[in-house]
Design a protein around this ligand. Structure first.
Ligand SMILES: [Fe+2]
Ligand SMILES: [Fe+2]
Length: 249
């Protein structure tokens, strides 16, 4: 009976719940181990010893609030988000619109907290229900535009890519197609501006605070009142997976 519990009893109950949670079997999704383990072979599991499987938040991760906001995801799942914060700051300093600043702030959230491969597409999809169409469009296409120079705005192929992928790397055909599509689109420059502000060599001594963007996020991100993950949007399940990535089902 919660109501009749003393403080001590309540603390003990919370501790018990916590240790039960810690004692659950945690299984990683195939995606996490694919490549390290052969995904075509059955997964070999150590015996669970009769323990229960994790069906809630992973006790090794910071707890998210019950109704998480996009800023909570920055705090508890995307940190450190220096790259995103500095991109947004750069866009802001250049006098970009709030939409572009928001796009810069969010463009790599998939890398920061979800899945690296195809990150522009994942981020755009996650965000689509909550931002202006132009913002998610720009984020989707930055994935392709990053590989193609545009001298008209002083954007060169990144030296970093030569270092990371070698001098002979050629983007895949679907990326090249996406680039050509974007070129013809009315929002081309919005996506291009993400690339322009998307620098890798940041001053490590510059620390941009998330709070600097609270107002821009407040005005341009449609935060659901139920919390991200719980509003029944077409991408709510993706946010829930970021909250609890090791739930058994
Ligand atoms: Fe990116
Ligand atoms: Fe980036």
């Amino acid at each position: 009976m919660i109501g009749t519990m003393t403080m001590l009893e309540r603390a003990e109950a919370a501790e018990r719940a916590m240790s039960e949670e810690l004692d659950r079997v945690i299984v990683k999704s195939v995606l996490y181990t694919s490549g390290e383990l052969d995904p075509t072979k059955p997964a070999v599991r150590p015996p669970d010893g009769g323990r229960l499987y994790l069906m809630g938040p992973d006790p090794r991760l910071p707890r998210m609030p019950e109704k998480p906001t996009i800023l909570d995801f920055f705090k508890y799942r995307f940190a450190p988000a220096n790259h995103l914060l500095q991109s947004a700051r750069l866009a802001q300093k250049s006098g970009a619109s709030e939409k572009i600043i928001l796009a810069c702030l969010l463009h790599d959230i998939a890398i920061a907290g979800f899945i690296r491969s195809d990150h522009g597409y994942w981020a755009a999809q996650l965000l689509e229900p909550y931002v202006d169409e132009e913002v998610s469009w720009a984020i989707r296409y930055h994935q392709a535009l990053r590989f193609f120079a545009d001298e008209s705005v002083g954007y060169r192929y990144p030296d970093m890519y030569v270092k990371l992928f070698g001098p002979d790397y050629k983007p895949e055909p679907h990326i090249e197609r996406a680039y050509r599509e974007a070129r013809e689109h009315k929002w081309y420059m919005s996506s291009r501006l993400i690339c322009v502000n998307d620098l890798y060599s940041f001053d490590p001594n510059v620390h941009v605070r998330l709070e600097e963007f609270t107002d821009i996020v407040g005005r341009n991100f449609k935060q659901p009142k139920e919390g991200l993950g719980f509003d029944g949007s077409p991408t709510a399940h993706m946010w829930r997976t970021i909250i609890a990535p090791t739930k058994y089902l």
